[in-house]
Design a protein around this ligand. Structure first.
Ligand SMILES: [Zn+2]
Length: 79
């Protein structure tokens, strides 16, 4: 996996709540970090939006799917 020059910047760690179903993780194509996103499950079972990576600021196209059990999954790819 290619590691970008920004990979050494400090990781954005945050405390994870015990209920994880509204969180999903994608791996940034640009810096290779695991990025935790908070998913608004009330916004629909299929969501599609662009968000800057909080680590390297590269715009990522995120595709979110909410499974029938409420579990959120997200895929990120370069915009
Ligand atoms: Zn990144």
């Amino acid at each position: 996996m290619p590691i970008g020059p920004m990979a050494r910047r400090k990781k954005a760690r945050r405390k994870r709540p015990s209920v994880a179903r509204h969180e999903a993780i994608y791996i940034c194509d640009s810096c290779g970090e695991d990025i935790v996103v908070l998913v608004d499950v009330s916004a629909g079972s299929h969501q599609d939006y662009v968000e800057d990576c909080p680590v390297c600021c590269h715009p990522m196209h995120l595709r979110v799917e909410i499974a029938p059990d409420g579990e959120a999954r997200v895929e990120g790819e370069h915009e």
